[in-house]
Design a protein around this ligand. Structure first.
Ligand SMILES: [Zn+2]
Length: 182
């Protein structure tokens, strides 16, 4: 059947209908994506407004911190900031007991360090939900023994899925939810 509308009108209609679709199809920027993750402060009972922005603080060797230090009593529950998967559970010299998590699309990596303990039974590859208990605040690695804290870093997933090597992002604007275990 022939359309009663002229090709010009059809083109215009297609253009109008196409505009919002195109907007929706545009990939989210990192900022939009992180906002959409509805991240939780990863330490139980800590509110957004309690956080101190230590992202740009200087560290030894002329480096910047590029992470947040979230102070809390030793043993305070550490929870997953986002839902996703456990990438790696490892002990290293600087971080002590650490966990790498990723969001469910594997776009960002969440690194947790200086843990006192890992949650018993937590395993690589396991799915986690936002607010899931994953460990406790401690001073393992190079944390000062009198300043227990969680070192929390958010990175883009590194190329070739090198999760430990991605570009860091300051998570402060995106940590809107108070740390809670659920
Ligand atoms: Zn730190």
């Amino acid at each position: 059947m022939r359309s009663p509308l002229s090709p010009i009108v059809l083109l215009m209609l297609a253009a109008c209908a196409g505009a919002p679709l195109e907007t929706r199809a545009r990939p989210m920027t990192d900022a939009e994506y992180l906002r959409s993750r509805d991240l939780m402060v990863p330490v139980f009972g800590v509110r957004s407004r309690d956080l101190r922005d230590t992202y740009s603080a200087p560290r030894s060797g002329g480096r910047a911190h590029l992470a947040l230090d979230i102070l809390a009593k030793k043993g305070t529950r550490v929870v997953a900031a986002d839902q996703g998967y456990v990438l790696r559970i490892e002990r290293n010299e600087l971080g002590g007991k650490t966990i790498y998590l990723t969001d469910e699309n594997r776009r960002f990596v969440y690194y947790y360090a200086h843990l006192d303990e890992w949650k018993y039974g937590l395993a690589e590859g396991q799915r986690v939900h936002r607010g899931q208990l994953i460990g406790s605040v401690g001073t393992t690695g190079n944390a000062p023994p009198d300043t227990p804290h969680l070192h929390f870093q958010v990175m883009r997933m590194g190329s070739g899925r090198r999760y430990w090597n991605g570009e860091p992002v300051n998570p402060i604007p995106y940590l809107r939810r108070t740390g809670d275990e659920r």
